[in-house]
Design a binder for this molecule. Structure first.
Ligand code: IPE
Ligand code: IPE
Ligand code: MG
Length: 260
């Protein structure tokens, strides 16, 4: 933990028992499917983009809280390979929001020693959006604090396809170099994942009450604890993250064995 608990959570709601949080069982990697921005806006008779904008504050709070708790990796699902199906004005607005937010936040993230990277195929993104994330990576890549992994135009199937193609390429290179029969191993496949070198998330949180992965981290989710929060993403705060972590810590993780 990087900060004292009562500093991170100064005003704990009555339904939460902060003393139940085990400091030795904070996940190394939390992944969040940030969902419900559109419904949040609809409830207020606002344009969907206003919901996405309101979600930025929740992202800020989740980053700060996770970093203070000593989490090493926080992955946020920001745009899926399927989200291109949305109306053009929403897609354009989201891309613009990603670029502006990254530019506005990078200095503060850097000051907090956060490393900002992306997973997904950034090549179809508008140049300003790509540039904002490229610059954030260049600026923060040497930081030793939490790594913020922004999943942008990310899809689990796209990633697995990419990993399989990489496997074939490497096996062919090996065969050409006279290295013997190509062998596809779990490790070789993992080397082709966008998350290579990053531990699998122990917990995946999805907000807005939905219970599906929507093509998120399909390989890496194998033994993640799935926690569903009823809260719409713009209303998500540090206390809701705390509730999710307490729920995660109550789970009996058996990994196919017989457990404790
Ligand atoms: C999640 O909120 C944000 C993105 C997918 C970019 P949604 O926009 O999916 O919100 P709902 O599900 O329509 O409420
Ligand atoms: C998943 O949410 C993608 C992101 C949070 C970026 P969606 O709202 O796109 O997922 P579905 O359509 O409800 O499965
Ligand atoms: Mg949604």
């Amino acid at each position: 933990m990087n900060k004292p608990l009562d500093y991170i959570f100064p005003d704990v709601p009555a339904d939460i028992d902060l003393s139940a949080l085990r400091a030795d069982a904070i996940p190394q990697h939390i992944a969040i499917i940030m969902d419900g921005n559109g419904r949040w806006a609809k409830k207020r008779a606002l344009n969907r983009l206003r919901g996405h904008k309101a979600g930025i504050e929740a992202v800020r709070e989740a980053i700060r809280c996770a970093s203070d708790l000593g989490v090493r990796y926080l992955t946020i699902y920001s745009f899926s390979t399927e989200n291109w199906k949305r109306p053009e004005d929403e897609v354009v607005g989201l891309m613009d929001l990603f670029a502006k937010t990254m530019l506005a936040e990078v200095d503060e993230l850097h000051d907090e020693h956060v490393r900002v990277m992306t997973i997904g195929d950034l090549s179809p993104l508008p140049p300003e959006t790509r540039a904002a994330f490229d610059e954030a990576w260049e600026k923060t890549r040497r930081n030793d604090g939490m790594t913020l992994v922004v999943a942008l135009n990310y899809g689990g199937r796209q990633e697995l396809l990419h990993a399989a193609q990489e496997c074939v390429r490497r096996c062919m290179l090996r065969a050409e170099a006279g290295g013997g029969a190509p062998e596809v191993t779990e490790d070789l496949l993992e080397q082709g994942l966008f998350t290579y070198g990053i531990p699998d998330p122990e917990v995946i949180v999805r907000t807005s009450g939905e219970m599906r992965l929507s093509n998120f981290l399909l390989w890496q989710a194998a033994y993640a604890e799935f926690v569903s929060s009823p809260v719409l993403w713009p209303d998500f705060d540090r206390y809701e993250l705390l509730r999710c972590l307490l729920e995660y810590q109550r789970r009996d993780r058996r990994f196919g064995g017989v457990g404790a």
